[in-house]
Design a protein around this ligand. Sequence first.
Ligand code: AMP
Length: 150
Amino acid sequence: MNVRTILATKGSDVITIRPHQAVREAVRLLARHNIGALVVVDEAGRPVGIISERDIVRAAARHEDRDVCAMLVEEIMTRDVVTGTPQDDVHSVAHTMTERRFRHLPIVEEGRLVGIVSIGDVVKAQRDLYRGEVDTLQTQIMADEPQNAS
Ligand code: AMP
């Protein structure tokens, strides 16, 4: 199964924010959409970073003397954003997210943002895959049982 299959179910909507917007706006968007990260995009819609709730918590801990909500997204976002493609295999995406310790992977095709997958989407896709494999094996075992032999 690849990322394109996940996006076919969950859609290609990505909630984005610009680098010069305030963290306050990022907090509002995260809460309104019930999500954990926003892709930070330039004027052409290309990803230039990612800001997750973890970045906001870290900034609040690091800058106890400042109003983190008044800071700019670009001050606390992660700039080296790792992206995937629709062709990526679900298992390799799970491996990347686990090894790199992040829970969000923006999906890019021909330089365009075409979706985002979260670790929750990946775990669900893997569970569905394994369920399908278990069903197939059970069907094969039942077909091979002696009483079913002709
Ligand atoms: P997360 O687990 O996704 O909430 O993010 C944990 C940390 O990794 C935060 O500092 C994020 O900015 C960063 N992060 C999340 N997703 C990515 C990604 N795809 N590429 C690079 N950094 C990321």
